[in-house]
Design a binder for this molecule. Structure first.
Ligand code: ADP
Length: 221
């Protein structure tokens, strides 16, 4: 399966991508996770990206596009991939089209996770993330709390609030989504591969997506 996940911050792209990835073996490719890993390591890319990320703004394309192409050329992507957080703008979607043409692969589905703004804000303010760049498990103070002492249940590293999960950065991220990323829904609708899920729980979203994939004939590819 070759899928892109669309949806506002907090819509559940990362959670759904992880579940689909563990079921199918296709890797989850999260540009947010890759960038946070770069910030953590203090690399030149990470230092440049952190300025944008902490404000809730998009990182410029010249920092992102090469990174995505290199990742998609990885051997593990022969099984397919789940793109989570990329593309985020129409130019990025066009660039992705070019990358896939060079690789000789096409998308099966663009999944749009549609969630109310009020619920998004509630999820984002209570979200916590594992600080280990190789893990980045997602927690929620209400629905999925970390282990005692604020530790990750998967790897034991401290669980933290992301630096872009302040009230003002959250507002910027939601506004940026509406202005720059929401138009992707129309873009993929025109390509005839859009599927929208309005489910609230991850189980329901997963069931919706699995059904859509079967209809698209991509479940086993
Ligand atoms: P969310 O979807 O919850 O906002 P992500 O982890 O996907 O979180 O992204 C966090 C931040 O990383 C974004 O606010 C942005 O600064 C940067 N980022 C991630 N993916 C992209 C992308 N495709 N283009 C530009 N910036 C990106």
């Amino acid at each position: 399966m070759r899928i892109v996940l669309l949806g506002a911050p907090g819509a559940g792209k990362g959670t759904v991508a992880r579940l689909l990835s563990s079921r199918s073996g296709a890797p989850q490719i999260s540009t947010g996770d890759i960038l946070r890993g770069a910030v953590e390591s203090g690399s030149p890319l990470g230092r440049k990206a952190a300025v944008y990320m902490d404000r809730g703004d998009l990182v410029p394309d010249d920092l992102i596009l090469g990174l995505v192409e290199e990742r998609l050329r990885g051997r593990d992507c022969e099984k397919g991939f789940l793109l989570d957080g990329f593309p985020r703008t129409i130019p990025q979607a066009e660039a992705l089209g070019g990358i896939l043409e060079r690789i000789g692969a096409g998308l099966d589905l663009a999944v749009n996770l549609e969630v109310h703004r009020q619920l998004l804000i509630q999820r984002l303010t209570t979200r916590r993330t594992c600080s280990n760049p190789d893990c980045q498990e997602i927690f929620n103070l209400i629905t999925k709390p970390p282990a005692g002492g604020g530790k990750c249940t998967e790897c034991g590293a401290p669980v933290v609030q992301r630096s872009d999960e302040t009230e003002s950065a959250i507002a910027t991220r939601l506004d940026t989504y509406l202005a720059k990323s929401a138009p992707l829904i129309g873009f993929y609708e025109e390509l005839g591969i859009l599927f929208t899920s309005r489910s609230v729980t991850k189980e329901d979203s997963l069931r919706d997506i699995t059904g859509a994939l079967e209809r698209a004939g991509g479940a086993s590819s």
